[in-house]
Design a protein. Structure first.
Length: 339
């Protein structure tokens, strides 16, 4: 229902209400006859009909929810599983299919039960409609025994039907607007909560970045900062953005992740250290040696470091590679005479 239709429906509703009010005033002329109809039997029938109508509305509401639930028991297309592999290459597709198979079996059982419940509700609704028809017939027989202006009754019935249709249009639009407003509110709250959480993460990481930057370079060097938003992030080096310092900042970020998360290990290749000054590397090695999690690093040219640093690296090393001791016992950069 668009806005134009909603406004027109509101105008139509006002017109209908005014007409009904006018008819009510005219009916005062026939008060004696109307009062005669409202005897004990007519009132009893009206109360009984109202009871059936309430039951009917309740059953229709249940039937609507069941039909919604039946439509929601559709299986997940298998083509979506292939997209999971794009993001998680090691995922076990067979296991996913097994789990989905279990879900399908449960969904089938639920669907069968829902269909049975749907049939039961439809049967009850048909019985209630039959009872209401009988009551309407009795009320009509009572009304027929009293003199009344047929044209007024026809007009009231016509207006009542029209009013119900217009009210449905108005109510649908108002519920639609309420849902849209609720959706906008939820999106705003979610965005605020996301920004609040990302701000806390940034603050925690930046505190650690400052700590490790001081350990690597001293308190006079500008620490890097990481800034998160709901769509991206910025790793800010500020004016201290030389190649070596940038790599050291990245190392500081990795160590910060180790310190603040459940990440069990970190692996740093030798290329990360190549442009970092020797003094900073020695402080980095000393810092990494104090961490209670595993950190794997690869370094070249140990002879450029101090004896203390070399000693630390020797104690922690599990593999040393040189021309004399090549990896896998083969020097790949030396041409072999064997064909």
């Amino acid at each position: 229902v668009n806005l134009k239709e909603y406004r027109q429906a509101k105008q139509d509703l006002n017109v209908i209400d005014n007409k009904i009010d006018t008819i009510k005033k005219d009916l005062d002329l026939f008060a004696a006859n109307i009062k005669a109809i409202l005897d004990e039997k007519s009132l009893s029938l009206a109360i009984e009909k109202d009871k059936y109508l309430k039951q009917k509305y309740s059953l229709e509401s249940k039937l609507f929810r069941i039909e919604e639930n039946i439509s929601d028991t559709k299986p997940i297309p298998k083509r979506y599983f292939s997209k999971v592999v794009d993001f998680f290459p090691t995922v076990n597709i067979d296991k996913l299919n097994e789990v989905e198979g279990f879900h399908l079996s449960i969904s089938k059982i639920l669907s069968d039960e829902l269909k049975k419940e749907k049939e039961r509700l439809i049967f009850q609704l048909n019985e209630i409609d039959a009872e209401i028809s009988i009551i309407d017939l009795k009320i009509k027989e009572i009304a027929a025994s009293v003199d009344r202006p047929d044209e007024i009754i026809d007009e009231v019935l016509s207006l009542s039907i029209k009013k119900k249709e217009v009210e449905d249009t108005v109510n649908y639009r108002e519920r639609q607007d309420a849902l849209k407003q609720a959706s906008r509110t939820i999106k705003v709250e979610l965005k605020e909560k996301t920004e609040e959480t990302l701000s806390k993460i940034s603050k925690l990481l930046n505190e650690n970045l400052k700590l490790y930057n001081t350990k690597f370079y001293g308190s006079d060097r500008i620490p890097p900062q990481i800034i998160f938003s709901d769509t991206n992030y910025i790793f800010e080096h500020h004016s201290d953005s030389g190649t070596g310092k940038s790599y050291a900042n990245m190392l500081a970020l990795d160590v910060s992740f180790l310190h603040t998360t459940k990440l069990p290990i970190a692996i740093e290749d030798s290329i990360v250290f190549k442009n970092v000054e020797v003094a900073a590397i020695e402080k980095i090695v000393n810092t990494l040696n104090t961490i209670d999690k595993q950190v794997f690093i690869s370094l070249d040219q140990l002879n450029i470091y101090s004896e203390k640093t070399r000693s630390t690296l020797r104690k922690a090393s599990f593999m040393r590679i040189s021309r004399k001791y090549p990896a896998f016992k083969v020097s790949w950069n030396i041409q072999s005479n064997n064909k």
